[in-house]
Design a protein around this ligand. Structure first.
Ligand code: B12
Ligand code: SF4
Length: 487
């Protein structure tokens, strides 16, 4: 028997189908006895896993691990399992072991780390544990030799999602995962492509998968979404693809195919690619239900974009902000602020640029993130090799310092002075209060009005510092928001 474990990663209202473990489950459905334990649903996943191990001969505990709080939950559970059942092999897969492979393997409770796309590596590992093949023949696998040395097998090339079976949604209590969002009352998730062919040098996707992308065929995407609509009454979709639109013909076909499903949907895309699309294609996307698109605008300065290897210009971002308005699709622009060479100039120029965007398209949503480096296969953005020493144990990654770094709350990077960091945070709060996001369906209209009222003078006069009244108002409103279940 195999246990697929998805450690807690989010609050109940943001719970979604754990696609990673569903992708693995698909590979062994009807072939193996297995159970899925999801820490986002199960209040005591350690207890459940222990009960399962005691009731069945357990061949493998397979854990999906993102950097951040999910890694901490994985660590805590695996420690207990290793202490009580040392004979159960444990494999970690997902972004944490893909990027920080040695740190994962340094943990005494991690035997194997799967890097990158996991479906085939997982199946081959099960075979190896049964003595059917040697471990060193499995692409994408890292493991500990008997003497403790880490063995990293070659990378596994990406395979098209069409080559894998469908996620077995029926193995999970669907109602717990299909929840209200601004898109619709019954929102589900899907990932229609894997990877990204670009080479932005701050991006964890490239570290984990290399610069490659494989796209599911529009026909298969349509069939899976149709199933979610017909079987579970889904009326909205968040696409988890890192880069949803690569080819216009593909996007157009997908739009035409999913139009009859009556969905509202959100995805992530690149500005330069969407700008190349014709008006007819943008119109088709809108008619197929595209309500909002997340774009990595990243910076308000062309010199920063060049250093990031983003292959984008600030002018293109402004053009897109203007053009997409006519199609009634809300752009969500994300910025990564704090260039290591000159964080002050980067911040100043970025804040000015965001104001320009808001002038062109006031509906545009703004996300501001502090730059935190991710180890790269090539050079890291900002030429900071040697200036940040990444932890080499899971335990250190779990300390407050590194947790705050990972979730970008207090990155504590050596180049970002506290006063600059504070300015970025203050500005973000003023913008978020002046234009509260439409994605927050729990925010009551009086709260929206209050936040706008309190912040508009600050935004108009460009006084961002110490917005204590906004911090207070945000907390006041937060405490009075309804629960998702009652919406
Ligand atoms: C959904 C999601 C979330 C959701 C999770 C919801 C849920 N279901 O639990 C939420 C919003 C909570 C979230 C939060 C965060 N996330 Co997130 N998230 C994603 C996202 C968009 C999709 C992940 C997904 O489900 N993909 C679909 C599945 C099928 O793919 P997969 O997870 O990669 O799984 C495959 C392989 O990795 C592997 N695999 C995975 N697990 C396992 C396990 C085993 C045993 C094996 C063998 C293989 C294996 O096989 C799978 C099939 O091929 C990705 C971006 C992306 N498109 O991948 C970012 C991403 C994973 N997140 C990321 C980050 C950074 C975070 C945060 C730290 C952000 C923050 N600032 O706080 C937090 C931390 C979360 C936490 N609690 O630890 C980064 C990680 C890389 C990095 N930069 O370090 C990503 C890549 C985004 C990005 N572009 O940078 N996230
Ligand atoms: S386009 Fe997005 S997903 Fe692709 S490399 Fe750049 S930041 Fe990463």
């Amino acid at each position: 028997m195999i246990i697929l474990y998805h450690p807690k990663s989010t609050k109940p209202r943001s719970r979604r189908f754990p696609l990673a473990v569903l992708a693995l489950a698909a590979m062994i459905e009807d072939r193996e006895e297995y159970y899925i334990v999801d820490g986002n649903v199960d209040a005591n996943p350690v207890g459940t896993i222990q009960r399962l191990i005691e009731a069945h001969a357990t061949e493998l505990l397979a854990v999906s691990v993102m950097p951040g709080p999910q890694m901490v939950a994985a660590m805590e559970t695996c420690r207990v399992v290793r202490a009580n059942y040392p004979y159960v092999p444990i494999v970690w897969g997902g972004y944490f072991p893909s990027i920080y492979t040695d740190a994962a393997l340094n943990a005494p409770y991690v035997d194997f780390a799967v890097r990158g796309q996991g479906e085939e590596t997982f199946v081959e590992l099960i075979g190896a544990l049964r003595g059917e093949r040697p471990l060193n023949s499995i692409l994408g696998l890292s493991f500990k030799e008997k003497d403790g040395r880490h063995q990293h097998n070659n990378h596994r090339p990406l395979k098209n999602p069409d080559g894998f079976p469908w996620p077995p949604f029926h193995r999970l209590p669907a109602k717990k995962y299909i929840l209200p969002t601004f898109l619709g009352k019954y929102t589900a998730v899907h990932q229609a492509s894997v990877g990204c062919p670009f080479r932005c040098n701050f991006c964890g996707v490239i570290s984990a998968l290399g610069s490659q992308e494989k796209m599911e065929s529009p026909a298969r995407t349509e069939t899976i979404l149709r199933h979610l609509v017909q079987r579970y009454g889904v009326n909205a979709i968040q696409f988890y693809d890192n880069n949803f639109f690569l080819r216009e013909d593909h996007a157009r076909e997908l739009a035409e195919r999913i139009m009859p499903l009556g969905l509202r949907w959100w995805c992530e895309a690149r500005i330069d690619i969407l700008l190349r699309y014709s008006d007819a294609t943008l119109e088709a996307l809108r008619r197929s239900g595209c309500a909002m698109i997340f774009f990595g605008a990243e910076s308000g300065s062309d010199w920063v974009l060049k250093e990031m290897n983003k292959q984008l210009s600030t002018e293109q971002t402004l053009q897109l902000a203007r053009r997409i308005r006519d199609f009634n699709i809300v752009p969500e622009f994300s910025f990564v602020v704090g260039n290591p060479r000159n964080p002050e100039r980067d911040t100043r120029e970025c804040l000015r640029f965001i104001r320009k965007i808001k002038k062109i398209n006031s509906q545009a949503e703004i996300i501001i993130q502090h730059y935190i480096p991710v180890p790269q296969r090539d050079r890291m953005y900002g030429d900071i090799e040697g200036r940040v020493q990444f932890p080499d144990t899971v335990e250190e990654w779990a300390t407050d310092h590194w947790l705050n770094f990972t979730i970008r709350r207090e990155p504590a990077t050596p180049w970002l002075r506290p006063s600059v960091k504070k300015l970025i945070d203050d500005f973000e709060l003023v913008v978020a209060s002046r234009w509260p996001t439409v994605q927050d369906i729990r925010l009551p209209s009086w709260g929206r009005r209050l936040l706008k009222l309190l912040s508009s003078w600050r935004y108009a006069l460009r006084i961002y510092r110490w917005p204590l009244e906004l911090e207070w108002a945000q907390r006041f409103v937060e405490l009075r928001k309804p629960k998702v279940e009652s919406l």
